[in-house]
Design a protein around this ligand. Structure first.
Ligand SMILES: Cc1cc2nc3c(=O)[nH]c(=O)nc-3n(C[C@H](O)[C@H](O)[C@H](O)COP(=O)(O)OP(=O)(O)OC[C@H]3O[C@@H](n4cnc5c(N)ncnc54)[C@H](O)[C@@H]3O)c2cc1C
Length: 417
């Protein structure tokens, strides 16, 4: 899909990686009037999209789609507006009343990557971004006038020049290795399996249901056209024994069938086989190295159970763009813009990492977990805050403070009795 007759004069901004973070960054810098190109190593067509993703866009990131020219994706033809309901060991945690679509940051979106990824590439091209696919950036070098990107495409290797290079090249970031941006890893004790089904009757209010079963999380996501995505984040030992493609699918369906709070599987018809991973540690990198900013998974790729990666990709692109809103790409402005991006990233995104990594460990003390969820479920304000935290609308320390207070007052009430 490369732009034909590509103009090889120096770029203002070269974005390495043309998925969510890369396209979002490219669109925002192009909107500021810069000459931007995105490079992606994969060949792209109208159907190209990431397959290993479960499509839940958290509420904090939903409004950002409109800024990218993608407001049409809120419509029912393209996505399902939804809210989370948690079935916990201490009771139900859900918002009051039925589902009423409100302003875009009051709900999440079940927006499939088969829709989002091509829409982002189209929006980027409409905005004037040059999308250069089938072209891997193999290395970058800096000189007095900026960066040289050494690329390899179908027609061989080729250098490009740019004033700013943005690393949006995902979890296995080549630029991180090139620039010595070390990866801090945190263990994840669960494996993931997911599949697409028709014939499952989900809730009429379109809520996405998250069932904490033992130490697993089983998720039911309504998708467009009455389809359903089922996702299981399970203790590794549980699914290791699910052998062979057919056997695994049957065990997976049996698992959901046995869950009292999951919809019936009686009429479920699998669309495809299962996808998933057996190990997916969280990864954290510096948001800026030298004069190169990192966005999306290249900077922060955490446990998929938290369902935040797409949102964080959109938010990090937004934070970077906002840090350059009133600045040029001249040296002094560039340094100040990157310092601001680092600060925003550390304030807005990093505080979520510790709790997400904590949740990746299988909780051994079931009694204290049950007590905590009884307190959350039994307190309407705390339930709202739990939902806001999971939607990344609230900072973890604010939730923790209120939770500790509620636990203490419950303890005090118990002592008085
Ligand atoms: C099982 C699973 C379920 C998930 N579910 C959710 C969910 O429900 N909600 C959610 O928000 N997130 C979810 N995520 C996370 C989400 O998929 C990622 O966080 C998101 O795709 C990150 O986008 P990105 O643009 O940063 O990186 P990627 O989507 O990884 O894109 C990186 C791009 O860079 C390109 N590239 C790499 N190296 C080069 C190079 N050298 N030159 C040129 N191009 C290069 C690649 O081809 C790729 O297109 C899930 C992840 C997994 C694994």
């Amino acid at each position: 899909m490369s732009t034909p007759n590509f103009d090889e004069s120096p770029l203002d901004v070269a974005v390495v990686g043309g998925s969510i973070a890369g396209c979002a960054t490219a669109i925002r810098f192009s909107q500021m009037g810069y000459r931007v190109a995105v490079f992606d190593k994969k060949a792209m067509n109208d159907q190209s999209h990431k397959r290993l993703c479960t499509h839940f866009i958290q509420p904090h990131a939903v409004p950002l789609l409109a800024d990218l020219g993608l407001a049409h994706l809120y419509e029912p033809a393209w996505s399902v507006p939804t809210k989370a309901v948690f079935v916990t060991p201490g009771g139900l945690v859900e918002g009051p009343g039925g589902y009423v679509p409100g302003p875009p940051d009051s709900y999440a979106l079940n927006l499939e990557r088969r829709v989002l990824d091509p829409a982002l590439r189209t929006a980027a091209q409409k905005q004037g971004v040059q999308y250069i696919d089938s072209t891997a950036v193999e290395s970058i070098e800096e000189d007095e006038s900026g960066w040289i990107l050494n690329t390899r495409g179908e027609s061989g290797s080729h250098p490009f020049r740019a004033r700013l290079v943005v690393a949006a090249d995902g979890r296995r970031s080549r630029l991180a290795k090139e620039l010595g941006n070390a990866t801090e890893e945190h263990p994840n004790e669960r494996a993931a399996l997911f599949g697409y089904f028709s014939g499952i009757k989900t809730r009429e209010d379109n809520r996405s249901v998250f069932i904490m079963n033992d130490r697993d999380l089983a998720c039911v996501y309504p998708l467009v056209e009455g389809r359903t995505q089922l996702v299981l984040f399970a203790e590794k030992a549980r699914v290791e024994g699910w052998q062979g493609a057919d056997g695994r699918l049957q065990q997976f369906m049996n698992y959901f069938d046995d869950l009292p709070d999951a919809p019936s599987m009686a009429e479920a018809v699998p669309e495809t086989g299962l996808l998933g991973y057996s190990d997916y540690p969280s990864q954290v990198r510096e948001p800026v190295v030298g004069s190169v900013p990192f966005v999306g998974d290249a900077a922060l790729s955490v446990d998929a159970m938290s369902g935040v990666g797409c949102g964080f990709a959109l938010v990090s692109a937004d934070l970077l763009a906002r840090s350059f809103a009133d600045r040029s790409l001249d040296k002094a402005d560039l340094t100040a813009g990157l310092a601001e991006y680092r600060q925003r990233f550390e304030e807005v995104l990093l505080p979520h990492v510790e709790t997400i990594c904590g949740d990746s460990l299988v909780e051994k003390n079931e009694a204290s977990r049950q007590r905590m969820f009884q307190v959350i479920s039994g307190n309407e304000e705390l339930s709202q805050k739990y939902l806001a935290l999971s939607g990344r609308m609230l900072m973890p320390n604010e939730f923790q403070r209120d939770l500790v207070r509620a636990l203490m007052s419950r303890g005090a009430a118990g002592l008085k009795r």
